[in-house]
Design a protein around this ligand. Sequence first.
Ligand code: PLP
Length: 373
Amino acid sequence: MDKNLKPATIAAHAAGALDAQSGGVVPALQPSTTFTRDADYNLDRPDNVYSRDNSDNLRQAEEVLRSLEDAAETLLFPSGMAAIAAVFRTLPNRGTAILQSGIYWGTTAWIRDFCARREITLVEVPASELVATCQNTPADLVFIETPSNPWLETVDIQAVNNATSGVVIVDGTAATPILTRALDHGADIVMHSATKAINGHSDVLAGVLSTRAPEAAIWGEIKADRKMAGAILGPFEAWLLIRAMRTLPLRVERMSQNTQKLAEALLAHPQVADVFYPGLPHHSGHDIAKRQMQGGYGSLMSVLVKGGREDALRVVGKLQLFLRATSLGGVESLVEHRHTIEPHTGIPENLIRVSVGIEDAGDLIADWKQALA
Ligand code: PLP
């Protein structure tokens, strides 16, 4: 498609994916694992050999994401964690990595374990200290999550990039490529859990990496590792993703509007101690978010209710529209009492993480008001 088209157009048209064979405006689902050769042993389709290498649906889904990121190349993985693991597996033994602290616990836990096994020096620092640490610590790789889950801290990607000679990887899951194109801000590789808002319907597990420097050694290693070690997304998941991404810009716009309204309403509520959301001017992440996010601040926020664990759990229990379930970025609103999931990481017992969906904002605010009463 034309390079100048806007994200809403790219997404609605699935970056031009059609079904040439039937004339369908929707690409066909092709689940075959293997592809034929002619009598001279030439592949009938030179790009299709075996579906651990690639497949039509995977390429189509990757093309949508590549266009949205304005990247040179994009690779899909069977989960966000598989995408993160693919990046870290390129690190040399006894190398050095800088990791933002206070990010998604699953990422931290896996990276700590991996680095310990490979004798990689892991330097964990809060968002506010990343730039200074990068200036003082030569590292092979720097891993950032902005906005972070569940604190909604933000990181100036360009400042980190200027401060390090290492490869800068940005987990932009909470921002999506619609609100922040991390590559525009100097990231070497942008990663998303596509399980979240990119798919948005809570029915596909996927992860994605994109780059503007496919010639870089690290990208070659990631590509080779995906193919050889088999961390590939299946065609059905890729097909579902293509379908879901047609409405990604619409969903992100609506979810960001809803979240902003709910965040403002909750901040003004007498039973709420604080709200962490980059769209709120008092939040520590607001200034960077204002520069780095366009069109909204996303659908993830955290709420500190007044009181302790019992008070938070009572509110969570009384909510009717916000389903009590982990994850984020879906069309249906969710809440999670994070302390129950990660009691050892310093998450306050009165913190409720909220993922806001596309429902009516008034209904969502009314639900919280009755739960807080
Ligand atoms: N990054 C962030 C910010 C997440 O919230 C998650 C999952 O919750 C992941 C990465 C991991 O993604 P997945 O669950 O698709 O493996």
